[in-house]
Design a protein around this ligand. Structure first.
Ligand SMILES: Nc1ncnc2c1ncn2[C@@H]1O[C@H](COP(=O)(O)OP(=O)(O)O)[C@@H](O)[C@H]1O
Ligand SMILES: CC(=O)OP(=O)(O)O
Ligand SMILES: [Mg+2]
Length: 430
């Protein structure tokens, strides 16, 4: 039996799936089990382990205060896997690792000393991700030495961004020398979404035009034309664009120099108020002390929608921090949907919601749906929007059949995307 383990180190979670590769059908690896550790950045972490191979499928859930980072999360998973009587973990031949920043690497690579160092060098450009992925890779090399570790990059999907989209308006010699350009992220998710939506719409995936929203702890939007990413909201790092659970998203780049602990009255008496801010401090503030968490105190977008007043916002309802956080998110999402609608010249097959929030927040989908209706998207069918979780299919159509462009929810699966690519190229990996 040839097993493929796929590991996805997200900013707040570690998602792991184990697949069986069938040589007669390499395109469709069969899921044997899946596990997830969520809320890693807001402990206690939640651990789940679902054995899809047993009938009925057995599920185990627990709260794990001992898990404090991605490495301890992975070790916890491995210990649980070793106890599983139905699986022989020694049969794992390939381990696929989602690595968010690949820099100039645009294809998956086998982990070697050279590729490991390449990923390590990019650590600062994905501070919530590359280091965590490397800690899991290191654990795998030690714990499963006979399996081949392969890195799959989020950035790869955006490799053909037009130069005028990827270029920042800065000195291009410096930009080239230091690799300062838009890379874009969530690429494994967008690759999965592209295939799943094309199948759902019975369209050739290389003729598909969609606006995809991957909204989880990290959130981004992507304009896909003829199957290719032509713009995306994250940039040099996964910080820019939409706000996330702990990330600020787009802010005026000068803001960080003014983000000091001094009171406004002190500031107004100072002639020079901009401070020297160390880069690591700036990164920490914008990546880990911002986003919905900074606005409301919680990283859980579900809690935000439960506590927000969702009717039309007014100055009094916006005093409620949950309402403010919801409206900020909605405003930024609409900003990108509008821009990408134009980038695609209105030729859009579907608007697609994905990611932990996109797949679960009926409220955000409803609010976005209402706003984009005049662009010719179908009105949201509330009977479906409210019960998306009850559907088993990968793609759920939440738009009414009123002749408009489709509005879809896609249960994205970065682990399956990697396992599929790995399985198709097994001979190449050896
Ligand atoms: N019922 C829900 N409604 C809205 N948001 C939810 C719900 N459940 C989870 N979420 C959000 O999903 C996010 C996790 O998304 P996910 O894509 O799994 O994360 P990651 O970015 O770590 O991969 C959490 O930050 C949480 O805010
Ligand atoms: C790129 C990124 O932000 O990923 P995630 O949403 O999984 O943290
Ligand atoms: Mg994720």
């Amino acid at each position: 039996m040839s097993l493929i383990l796929a590991v996805n180190a997200g900013s707040s979670s570690l998602k792991i799936s184990l697949f069986h590769r069938l040589p007669q059908d390499p395109e469709t690896p069969r899921l044997l089990l899946s596990s997830s550790i969520s809320s890693i950045s807001s402990p206690p972490a939640k651990f789940s382990f679902n054995d899809a191979g047993t009938t009925p499928c057995s599920a185990y859930n627990s709260s794990e205060p001992s898990i404090h980072d991605h490495e301890s999360a992975f070790v916890h998973f491995l210990n649980r896997l070793k106890e599983d009587a139905t699986i022989d973990y020694q049969e794992i031949r390939h381990i696929c690792h989602r690595v968010v920043h690949g820099g100039d690497y645009t294809e998956p690579v086998i982990i070697s000393e050279q590729s490991y160092h390449h990923i390590e060098k990019l650590r600062d450009l994905a501070p919530l991700h590359n280091g965590s992925a490397l800690s899991v890779i290191k654990t795998c090399l030690k714990a499963l030495p006979d399996a081949l570790s392969i890195a799959f990059f989020d950035t790869a999907f955006h490799k053909n961004l037009p130069r005028y989209v990827s270029a920042y308006a800065i000195n291009q010699e410096v930009a080239k020398e230091r690799g300062l350009r838009k890379y874009g992220f969530h690429g494994l998710s967008y690759a999965f979404i592209k295939r799943a939506v094309a199948k759902h719409l019975h369209k050739d995936k290389d003729a598909l035009n969609i606006i995809a929203l991957h909204i989880g702890s990290g959130a981004s939007a992507c304009a896909i034309r003829a199957g290719q990413s032509i713009d995306t909201s994250m940039g040099l790092t996964p910080l820019s664009g939409l706000p996330g659970a702990t990330r600020a998203g787009d802010v005026d780049a000068s803001l960080i120099f003014h983000y000091t602990s001094e009171s406004p009255s002190q500031l107004s008496h100072n002639s020079a108020i901009a401070k020297e801010v160390h880069i690591t401090k700036a990164e920490e503030i914008l990546n880990s002390q911002a986003g919905w968490k900074a606005l409301t105190g919680t990283t859980d977008f579900g809690e935000i929608t439960r506590k927000a007043q969702l009717s039309a916002p007014s100055s009094s309802t916006l005093d409620n921090p949950y309402t403010l956080a919801f409206q900020v998110m909605l405003d930024r999402v609409l900003h990108y949907v509008g821009a990408y609608h134009l980038a695609l010249r209105g030729k859009v097959d579907a608007l697609v919601f994905a990611g932990g929030v996109g797949e679960r927040s009926e409220e955000l989908r409803r609010a976005v749906g209402e706003a984009v209706n005049f662009f010719g998207y179908s009105a949201i069918d509330e009977r479906i929007n409210k019960v998306v979780d009850d559907f088993e299919s990968t793609v759920v159509d939440i738009g009414k059949y009123d002749g408009g462009k489709r509005v879809l929810v896609c249960r994205t699966d970065e682990q399956l995307e990697m396992a599929r690519e790995c399985s198709l190229a097994e001979e190449f990996w050896g």
